[in-house]
Design a protein. Sequence first.
Length: 317
Amino acid sequence: MSKNYLYYRAINWNVVEDEFDNAVWERATSLFWLDTRIPIENDFTNWVKLNLEEQEQLKRSLILLTNLSTNQSIEVGEIVRNGKCSQQEVAILNNIQFIEMVNTKAYNRILLTFDKEINLEKSFEWVDNDSRVLEYLNDINTVYRESSLVKKRFIALCVEGLLNYAYLAYLFELWINKEFNNLGTMLEMIIRNESLHCFYFSHKVKLLLKESDPQEVERFKAWCYETVNHFVKLGINLIGDFYYLKESKIIAKNLILQEANNILMGIGLKEQFSFNAEVLKGINYRLNNLRRHHLSISSNKSASTDEEIMEESDYEF
């Protein structure tokens, strides 16, 4: 009987194809979370203290984040298509897709908890058809669908490590300055996951560059600078268009300039943007803690047989 229909191999987790992939998988699965475990309704008393502009700015940020995370959840799968990936890498990308959808569920819940009268269908129809949003999604998805493996990984890095922060910035403000502590707990989990994804994509970009000839590497570097500069300009324009509060615009713009530098330095390139670190002190204090990932890489080729003991409380919702 022909077995040509089999387009996959059963994954053997007891034999590690790439120790870094296995370490990232272990870390990624340890960061699993659900919005239902965080009592966001306890922040409602702080929500009602916000003025109308502040409330509208938060809602708009969450709507835009829902759109971006939904797109990332779907399109990041293009990385594995027609490309050379270990089975563990495919598993990690599946995890990334899942966590992005977890994020969208959280954004939905926050919106409905704070504004019980909001029409989500109408809100999402707006964001799904906004010309500015469609323009940058088209830029992103064109790279995912038509470019090389290294460019696909780099554009994923730009989405999660740069464009995301144009909208996350205001959530940080509310956490730090307005005592939205449960929103902050959700944000902690989002940042832990997103930063791990960025760390992973950066590593994969550097590995692919090691396998490329020098001329290809130089062309790629030039493309990276051009791409990051494009998304920085885009992000600044989006902040100008979608933010209501002047001080919040300043913080968000400086944050994406900082994160653009981080993306470039993460793959061994030079930082390109000046920013005011003083206005980011509170955010950076939290980011520096949340971005610490202690990956355990074994020296042998077999996966660890140590098991983490689950408690009954792990199943309480």
